[in-house]
Design a protein around this ligand. Structure first.
Ligand code: AMP
Length: 287
């Protein structure tokens, strides 16, 4: 595996692959690999001939300096994981390589980036994500880019950007990988002490309570949300948001919606965690 730090090196690498007729897959990450990242790399290696994994802790998408400072950085261990899987190139740019002096351009996608995570973390969050992902697409020119369903809003935002800007890349979403007790894997889970790690299962418990309420026939979204929040309270966690939204637009769903995305975010001790559950429901029986 090659570790590349300069944009020009990446361009040469992928141009050689393209000249040989090889398809290129991109897996954008911020490092500190866990099995969620591994699932993305597996999916990319399965679909594409040449896989580039980017590892860049993107300052532009962090609202809080403390969160950026505390973000784990484990490049050597990450490189070993990627190499063992068969990844061809790891792109590890410096901040100066991505944002040279005078950098001034920002990509935003409007309302889709302003709700939920955008409302909590500020509009700069998805602007930071879009800008860096747009740059990665321009640098790597992938045929397919792989993102985790764990960050459901991020998948939608990136798809919207690619569609609106006619970027010639397919966006593939990979299902959420979880710990044995249902906690979605996250680089931030490592910040949880034993008591907070236990409380963190509240997110999954809330989502499961919402699923149970829906499957039991409850179709009032507010009542379903209340059931999820109550389940979380039982574990001592109050969500920042817990909502039933449309899986394409992220707008609140109406009673009787068949496709529902249940989304949750909560602070648990020192970590801010998110999770979601996409559901396809039976049509509501009509009289
Ligand atoms: P990150 O390094 O946290 O920015 O994540 C890089 C990519 O991995 C993003 O597309 C995430 O959605 C994805 N990812 C993070 N956690 C998981 C998980 N538990 N399951 C699947 N994908 C994940």
């Amino acid at each position: 595996m090659r570790t590349l730090r300069a944009v020009d090196e990446v361009r040469e690498h992928v141009a050689a692959a393209g000249a040989a007729g090889r398809s290129v897959g991109l897996v954008p990450t911020m490092g500190a690999f866990h099995d969620g990242h591994v699932a993305l790399m597996h999916a990319a290696l399965e679909r594409c001939d040449e896989v580039v994994v980017s590892l860049f802790v993107n300052p532009a998408q962090f609202g809080e300096a403390a969160d950026l400072d505390a973000y784990p950085r484990t490049e050597a261990a990450d490189a070993a994981v990627a190499e063992a899987l068969g990844v061809g190139a790891l792109f590890v740019p410096s901040v100066a390589e991505m944002y040279p002096d005078g950098f001034a351009t920002t990509v935003t996608v409007g309302a889709l980036g302003e709700v939920l995570e955008g409302a909590q973390r500020g509009p700069g969050h998805f602007a930071g994500v879009c800008t860096v992902v747009c740059k990665l697409f321009a640098i790597v020119a992938p045929d397919v880019a792989f993102f985790g369903q764990k960050d459901a809003q991020q998948v939608l935002v990136v798809r919207r950007m690619a569609r609106d800007l006619n970027l010639p890349v397919e966006i593939a979403a990979v299902p959420t990988v979880r710990e044995a007790d249902g906690l979605a894997m996250s680089s931030r889970n490592g910040r949880l002490g034993p008591a907070d790690r236990e409380r963190a299962t509240a997110l999954r418990a809330g989502l499961e309570a919402a699923r149970a309420a829906l499957y039991a026939g409850e179709r009032d979204p507010r009542a379903v949300e209340a059931a999820g929040v109550a389940a979380m309270a039982g574990a001592g966690v109050t969500p920042e948001y817990f909502a039933l939204v449309d899986p394409d637009t992220l707008e609140p769903v109406h009673p009787g919606a068949q496709r529902v995305l249940v989304v949750v975010a909560a602070r648990v001790g020192p970590a801010r965690l998110i999770d979601n559950l996409p559901l396809d429901l039976e049509p509501v029986a009509t009289r």
